[in-house]
Design a protein around this ligand. Structure first.
Ligand SMILES: Cc1ncc(COP(=O)(O)O)c(C=O)c1O
Length: 461
């Protein structure tokens, strides 16, 4: 692209929200050619070169980001425990539903993650990893979700093989199923606290009401009380309010069940998809430990062990998805001027765009310093009029008419490392993006782009 003004790196960083810890973009910078750079310590990767080499659409997965985020959570928790003389333990359980890919789970385990599964098939992954010797038997696995016959069978099998597996009771029927279970049990309580998040359902199908649990009296081997308020909880106060109600339930249930010693507060730590500053791990963990200590001392009960299952927070920022703009079209009547068609699909690759109207942080991969930009709407390659993304009304992206002859414009969507891969679909028989992994300065291919033959297998061809 011909540049009419001298590049001012700092200014463009600000415009695009790069190199900013508040937005989880501290790893992302601009080089002197206006191209997006990823930094891993002193290693660096040029996203444009990666897209040219491996083709697009392509997911770029960065396990070092996962490792740093999880080790930071553990560090902050341990500091609080030490400073406050908190007597309970802190454990992080990774919910597999958030990112079921091997390249995500292995670095999580290496940083000390325990696991949370929600189905028999997810437990099959755990079994496979365990049989491969990927982790030791001290790993604890929390089993949520409805316990089908296959699920129960696998739980019992793994327990008998010595794995620390904790079925979470979600219904009266499950309580009967696990009556003779020899290991620790958990129970899920459905709290009344409602939080500001996409998942603030008035009624949901999970867990038991507190009154129902209290009526059960003593539950043998009950170790963990679990709740989950929702994903992307926007306010720290909502988290603390849920904690308050969760602790009240914990305290009451403990009177019947003295073996209860762990409070699992589920997932929900939000990430700044919308480039707005949110609460930090430091502040929320401080309030969790401070309050649990204060409340339990008031009740003269031991400080509970604390479990968190913050999935999106840890894995979301560890992936970006890169697309090439394959075509542009005028928009005759709209607040945006142009359609930019990407070589992928929002419906297929980034389902939350459509399902929960997710706002994404989108940045050009090249020409980040373009002085002139168009107001655009992005569209995917499927034939669906819902396959589009318009941000907060429109996006401002470099003008294609300013590109050099033969130059392509690429864009990237940040924070795609949570949920989107599990939701991937093949509307219009389109292929899913390829996936590459960056670690220790080395780029490897985790998944090739699907050929029509590969996609055909899903549909009996
Ligand atoms: C029980 C449970 N734990 C943890 C999570 C992860 O939530 P998040 O990714 O928002 O942290 C979920 C998500 O649905 C969940 O249902």
């Amino acid at each position: 692209m011909k540049k009419s003004k001298k590049t001012n790196g700092k200014n463009y960083k600000k415009i695009w929200g790069l190199a900013d810890k508040r937005f989880n973009t501290d790893y992302f910078h601009i080089n002197k050619f206006g191209e997006l750079i990823i930094r891993e310590g002193n290693y660096q990767y040029n996203v444009l070169n990666l897209a040219r080499k491996f083709g697009s659409s392509v997911e770029i997965f960065m396990p070092f980001i996962i490792e740093e985020r999880l080790s930071h959570i553990y560090k902050v928790a341990q500091n609080n425990i030490k400073k406050m003389k908190y007597k309970g333990r802190f454990t992080y359980h990774f919910p597999l539903k958030v990112n079921q890919n091997k390249e995500a789970m292995l670095p999580l385990l290496s940083e000390g993650a325990h696991l949370e599964v929600a189905s028999a098939n997810q437990l099959w992954i755990v079994k496979k990893m365990w049989m491969n010797g990927n982790f030791h038997s001290k790993i604890k696995v929390v089993c949520n979700g409805a316990k089908t016959a296959d699920y129960v069978k696998l739980i019992v099998e793994l327990r008998n093989m010595g794995l620390g597996i904790i079925p979470i009771i979600e219904s009266m029927e499950e309580l009967r199923t696990f009556k003779g279970f020899s290991g620790d049990l958990g129970i899920r309580v459905n709290l009344k606290t409602k939080v500001k998040s996409h998942w603030d359902k008035k009624i949901d199908q999970f867990g038991l009401e507190l009154d129902e649990i209290l009526e059960l009296g003593r539950i043998r081997n009950l170790k963990m009380l679990h709740y989950h308020l929702g994903s992307q909880i926007m306010l720290e106060n909502d988290m603390v309010q849920g904690l308050r109600e969760g602790f009240e339930a914990y305290k009451k249930i403990r009177k019947n069940c003295p073996s209860l010693d762990t409070l699992n507060i589920g997932g929900g730590h939000a990430i700044p998809h919308e480039k707005k500053k949110l609460y930090s791990v430091e502040s929320v963990l401080y309030r969790i430990f401070y309050n649990l200590k204060k409340w339990s001392e008031k009740e003269t009960i031991p400080h509970p062990n604390v479990v968190v299952e913050w999935g999106q927070y840890v894995t979301g920022p560890a992936q970006m998805t890169v697309y090439r703009i394959v075509m542009s079209k005028e928009i005759p009547k709209g607040i945006a001027k142009k359609w930019y068609l990407i070589d992928g699909s929002f419906i297929n690759d980034l389902l939350d765009t459509w399902a929960i109207h997710q706002k994404w942080h989108v940045v050009p991969v090249n020409n980040i310093d373009a002085p002139k930009r168009h107001r655009v709407w992005l569209a995917g390659l499927s034939c669906d009029s819902d396959d589009k993304y318009s941000g907060d009304g429109y996006l401002l992206l470099p003008r294609l008419e300013d590109l050099e002859k033969g130059e392509d414009q690429y864009i990237t969507v940040f924070n795609t490392g949570a949920y989107q891969d599990s939701f991937m679909a093949h509307h219009c028989f389109l292929s899913s993006p390829a996936k590459i992994v960056l670690q220790n300065g080395i780029v490897s291919v985790a998944r090739k782009r699907e050929s029509p033959d590969d996609v055909g297998k899903f549909f009996g061809w």
